[in-house]
Ligand binder design. Structure first.
Ligand SMILES: C[S@@+](CC[C@H](N)C(=O)[O-])C[C@H]1O[C@@H](n2cnc3c(N)ncnc32)[C@H](O)[C@@H]1O
Length: 295
């Protein structure tokens, strides 16, 4: 890989504090167009399953829950009992609680958003069965405040797309995982030749740098010392997620303007259509299950 291919050179990227500030400010708005159960791409295309949702927002929540459950099943496979687990970019906490229940392990969730941390705390207070097994803290994956070898496994659902320096984050995660520890991450990859106005809409709404080619992602994974256990292409889901966010934004635009002000809608209105088109035409979406060396 040449220096020019590195994700560190992919263009302007927001600092972790800026990403946190975006979630602090627009977290409630995101819930209006994505649902409240989580903050990630949902699994809209399960095979053979037919569950009716009562509304479009309900459909989005259903798809997000399905994705959380699927990813937890993948990570849980082969974990020791009482596993120590790290949720990197834990959002509003729902996936971390599910992971603790699914695995029986202890989960620490970190995020760079204080508003999300407050929501995580509320969710945890309502989960009497998980007291003492889940905790949440402010934390930046680029400088983890955790000892070497302190986790059996980690997951990071839709957090890596935000990062300015993906190789640095991979090295940090590798450091805190024990030998043979696993990282499940989801990440975007760029497809085709893009139009600047669409790239700009995507990076603004996502508070992210532009995605890289899949080959760049793989090269960075290998250079960081992780071994690839499994790769799964889940691209069809991101096109549907972008479409649904676009439709829900249009349906709820007046409510959004009332709650967040004319300045917010004036900013977002022109971004939604190119954002949807970019998601549909240029973003591939992958699950990667990685492992650190055994010794
Ligand atoms: C798209 S949300 C996904 C949230 C959650 N994983 C879920 O599935 O609902 C991205 C999350 O990554 C977090 N994040 C972004 N940059 C981060 C960083 N440098 N360190 C830790 N968390 C970060 C955000 O605060 C947010 O919680």
């Amino acid at each position: 890989m040449t220096a020019a291919d590195s994700s560190a050179n992919r263009g302007p990227a927001p600092a972790p504090q800026e990403v946190g500030a975006m979630y602090d400010r627009f977290g409630d708005l995101l819930a209006l167009v994505l649902g409240g159960s989580a903050l990630h791409v949902g699994m809209f295309v399960p095979h053979g399953e037919r569950v009716r949702a009562a509304s479009l927002l309900g459909l989005s929540d259903l798809a997000q829950d399905r994705q959380t459950e699927y990813l937890a099943d993948v990570l849980a496979d082969g974990l020791p009992p009482d596993a120590r687990l790290l949720d990197i970019g834990c959002g509003t906490g729902g996936p971390a609680l599910h992971l603790a229940r699914r695995t029986g392990g202890r989960v620490t969730g970190i995020t760079v958003s204080r508003a999300q941390l407050a929501r995580c705390g509320e969710r945890l207070s309502a989960a009497a069965d998980l007291r003492g097994r889940v905790d949440f803290a402010y934390g930046d994956v680029l400088r983890l405040d955790h000892a070497d070898n302190s986790y059996d496994a980690a997951w990071s659902i839709d957090c890596f797309p935000h990062l300015a320096d993906r190789p640095a984050a991979l090295r940090e995660v590798r450091r805190v995982l024990r030998p043979g520890g696993r990282l499940l991450m989801t990440e975007f990859a760029l497809r085709g030749t893009t139009v600047p106005v669409e790239t700009e809409a995507f990076t603004q709404l996502w508070a992210s740098p532009p995605p890289t080619a899949f080959a760049t992602l793989l090269a960075e994974v290998e250079e960081s010392g992780f071994r690839v256990v499994r790769i799964q292409n889940m691209t069809s889901n991101i096109a549907l997620c972008g479409e649904l966010m676009y439709v829900l934004y249009r349906q709820r635009r007046d409510e959004i303007e009332q709650r967040f002000g004319k300045e917010a809608t004036a900013h977002t209105d022109p971004l939604m259509e190119p954002f949807r088109d970019f998601c549909r035409d240029h973003v591939d979406y992958y699950l990667l299950l990685l492992s650190t060396p055994e010794s």
